[in-house]
Design a protein around this ligand. Structure first.
Ligand code: SF4
Length: 222
């Protein structure tokens, strides 16, 4: 069957999942171009505008993914929820038999087919502007999907906002909430990890590594 929906694709590559509960698992990453936020510490500046990616049909993306032959697939961005062909892409990945993680900043809810929604709401430390956190949209993911919530933390004061967001959500299991150190370089990662780990122990959150930063710094395609 020929699939015609097209997507702006920044890159497709095989690496280790760096964050969340599947950290360390070999995965294929499909990075879609385009995001409506501009986080101060964004590490994918090359995928923020749709024009930065290559137009590919869903069937072309699926062909690339098949060549890598890996069960775990991560659809990421940019912000995948902005991509028109997302439903079709995820549906085809599921038809392939992939375990699909969808990464999102959680600002928009869309009914999609995937195995895990990995939500990373952007706190004030991202300086992404008003409305960066959409509690109603996050709640729908929490209600309808297997999910994890990952917060990028820079300092202790960020925890107030984490708790405020969690306080507005219903039914969030604490062990699905992860804190990750804000870091774009290995040096920053090492500097902040101990402090964020301490916050996790004290507050009962999970610590999420950021293996991509620890292992490869800001190198693209990793
Ligand atoms: S939401 Fe993600 S991709 Fe978009 S600017 Fe923020 S960090 Fe970058």
């Amino acid at each position: 069957m020929k699939l015609e929906n097209s997507l702006s694709v920044s890159e497709i590559f095989c690496s280790l999942q760096g964050e969340g509960r599947l950290a360390g698992v070999v995965s294929v990453f499909v990075r879609l171009a385009g995001c409506d936020l501009r986080c101060r510490w964004c590490d994918t500046g090359y995928a923020l505008r749709r024009e930065q990616g290559c137009e590919m049909t869903v069937s072309q993306v699926i062909e690339q993914v098949k060549k890598i032959d890996c069960e775990q697939v991560v659809v990421t961005g940019g912000e995948p929820m902005l991509a028109e062909g997302l439903e079709e892409l995820l549906g085809e990945l599921k038809r392939l038999g992939s375990y699909v993680t969808l990464e999102t900043n959680g600002r928009r809810f869309r009914q999609v087919v995937c195995d895990l929604v990995s939500i990373s709401p952007k706190l004030d430390n991202a300086q992404a502007g008003a409305g960066a956190v959409n509690v109603e949209a996050i709640q729908r993911f929490v209600d309808d999907y297997d999910y994890q919530l990952k917060f990028v933390v820079e300092q202790e004061a960020d925890l107030e906002q984490v708790e405020r967001v969690l306080g507005q959500l219903k039914g969030v299991e604490r062990d699905r909430v992860m804190l990750m150190p804000q870091a774009r370089t290995k040096v920053e990662y090492r500097r902040r990890s101990g402090e964020v780990a301490r916050m996790c122990v004290e507050k009962g959150f999970r610590f999420s590594p950021r293996l991509q930063v620890e292992l490869w710094g800001t190198r693209r395609g990793r």
